[in-house]
Design a protein around this ligand. Sequence first.
Ligand code: ATP
Length: 368
Amino acid sequence: MTATALKADALKADVPAALHMEGIRHRYGRVSAVDGVSVSVAPGEVVCLLGPSGCGKTTVLRIAAGLEPLQEGVIRLSGVTVAGVGVEVPPERRGVGLVFQDYALFPHLDVLENVGFGLSGWTAADRRSRAEEVLRQVGMIDYARSFPHELSGGQQQRVALARALAPRPRVVLLDEPYSGLDARLRDRVRDEVLHILKASGSACLMVTHDSEEAMFMADRIAVMRDGRIVQEGTPVELYCEPVDAFVASFFGEVNRIDGVVRSGSIETPIGIVPARGLPEGTAATVVVRPEGVKIQPWAPVYSDDPGGVVEQARLLGRTSLVHMTITAPAQPDRSIHLHARVPGVYLPKPGARVRIQVDPTQTFVFGD
Ligand code: ATP
């Protein structure tokens, strides 16, 4: 089920968001870390806060957990206010599971004891059987009697997740949970974590600075900058309809070309780009994703098309990156450096003349 369908279902059934944060502001002394953030996570939904270092993501998560006292705004869990004017439910009574970057397992407890730790109020037998159940889910039951220092980073991460999920929390908060893992392990663990989360039915709010990770995990993504959410939507909405150059460039390297709106369009070395409603005379940035630049070998019939010369080409694995200097026939005195990302092995020689075509769905225009 899609996030939108899930949300619609939740609304239909009048189910409150598992986590709802509204109007959150937070200062550390004179530093404004969070400046009016509102975000909701429906039951079973994964929402990612995505943004550069220092934009306030972790602070939002810490406030949701109750690790940072709320200064302004309101937090509701399944419709019940846990923080707001005159209310501040302590972290251990919020029923929220936490997984932070450093796993934070208790070094003196074995894996089973670590996972059972949060099950206070359960009988010893129930605690043991629930801890074993979640350890089985995360594939760590064989390590129940191991200590954290005997485990790899990926294994510790799975134990940390098991510990967070053991009390069946309505909400799980993940802060850069894969940052300590190498690339291959990260791919595997995040795939497992996604399946486990979806099977658990818990709502999840996750923090990351990695757009690919956010797209992999999230039903919805909220992109943050300077303490604010600048755009929120499904991964497809953010990738295909970014609201500004910042959001566009957060989903991978982009080409940027400056221009001015004249008669409803912007003339650039890659061709005439429609200005999409920007007023006459506006200074604008044309953003083109490298994967939206198609390259063909040059032929004389293309004399009026934008084209250029290859500077260098590099194989990056699944794609090849081609660096070019582009000069349009209509603007012979202006040339730009352009990157194209081409699937597979495509390595034209430096100096080769090429013609380019730009995919309009991968081209965006923003007023400066
Ligand atoms: P990162 O990805 O690097 O963890 P972030 O987006 O999670 O960054 P936060 O950790 O929420 O950002 O920090 C937001 C701002 O608040 C930053 O300017 C940071 O320096 C500041 N900040 C965070 N924690 C504290 C603190 N305990 N005391 C003072 N300033 C803080």
